[in-house]
Design a protein around this ligand. Structure first.
Ligand SMILES: [Zn+2]
Length: 331
């Protein structure tokens, strides 16, 4: 078999793209998962998706040309909020400005002439953990991303992500944990996310400050955030510690319900800063142990991810890029 023309050459690299609310990061990644180069730009500068795609295409071509040539890039994988792998579309995103259904994968493919796969951010985080992190070698596990963007989750069954009938599986953040409870961003009431993601933790802190009138350093925080509350915990602030106790109680209950249904090897918690997990993980484990089906208690591992989230997500997006069929206008 001849192996000397451009079209027959094995393409040895992919590009991983991580689209977040504030910044978009892209990286050239080789077959072994080495990041060869990265670039980034503010997502917020491009409220029109067409302008976003123009700059993204330019940056992809530039980074490829500077790292072995565009002709060696096999495909592109993208991580973005509210995305659906099955349709290649961003679907009704709540926290980025491109509204409605955006066929991002097809739009980028048409601009750069390479195969493009799109996955939602929770799916990509789980892929990153599976290939490079705490879930390496596991067949059945759940990755829960917790933080600024809410609560995302993705479950792997028998080594592959379970995407559901419509590509929307894993919305653990919008399972109801308090009937008639807090109003969630999704429009429903009492969702898990409304209590345990960043906004929920801050709301709990504010409610507790109002209810108890107890002295707390949280009053002095310039802007109350889970990180600022963790800082108060470090200084021995009882009320701040109680905020994470209440949050952990609810998170442990939510995770236990899912673990009892699925019996996974592990649940991996990702994305909150280490100092937040330091205060949240103990109460979460206590609650999890009390609520999970007792035959699997002590068997399901509850662990905190040790990967750097920005690196993990471009690597996860690169792992997704290897799964799509190659595309060329000329084949
Ligand atoms: Zn919700």
């Amino acid at each position: 078999m001849k192996y000397n023309t451009m079209s027959d050459a094995i393409k040895s690299k992919v590009i991983g793209v991580d689209v977040r609310v504030a910044r978009t990061t892209l990286a050239v990644v080789d077959q072994r998962g080495n990041i060869l180069a990265t670039d980034s730009f503010p997502t917020t500068d491009y409220p029109d998706v067409n302008n976003f795609l123009t700059i993204l295409s330019e940056r992809i071509v530039m980074i490829a040309e500077n790292n072995g040539g565009f002709e060696n890039i096999r495909s592109v994988g993208i991580s973005a909020p509210s995305s659906n792998y099955m349709t290649g579309c961003i679907e009704n995103a709540g926290n980025i400005p491109w509204k409605g259904i955006i066929p991002l994968a097809a739009m980028l493919r048409d601009r750069i002439g390479l195969a493009v796969a799109l996955g939602n951010d929770a799916h990509i985080t789980a892929l990153g953990e599976h290939v490079y992190g705490a879930a390496h070698g596991m067949q059945n596990f759940i990755v829960v991303s917790l933080g600024h963007g809410g609560l995302g989750s993705c479950l792997f069954c028998n080594g592959i992500p379970h995407l559901g009938t419509n590509g929307s599986a894993g919305e653990m953040g919008h399972t109801c944990i308090v009937d008639g409870g807090r109003l969630c961003n999704c429009g429903s009431r009492g969702c898990l996310e409304a209590y345990v993601a960043d906004r929920g933790i801050v709301q709990t802190a504010k409610e507790m400050m109002d209810e108890t009138g107890q002295a707390t350093m949280m009053h002095e925080a310039k802007e109350l955030s889970p990180k600022a509350i963790a800082e108060c915990c470090k200084k021995g602030d009882e009320l701040a510690i109680e905020v994470f106790r209440r949050t952990g109680e609810i998170l442990g209950l939510g995770l236990a319900n899912v673990a009892s249904i699925l019996d996974p090897e592990a649940i991996i918690l990702a994305d909150e800063p280490t100092e937040v997990f330091k205060w949240l993980i103990g109460p979460t484990k206590d609650s999890f142990d009390r609520h999970v089906f007792q035959n699997i208690k002590d068997k399901v591992k509850l662990v905190v991810s040790e990967l750097k989230s920005d690196e993990r997500d471009v690597l996860g997006a690169a792992a997704l890029a290897w799964t799509v069929k190659e595309y060329s206008l000329f084949k």
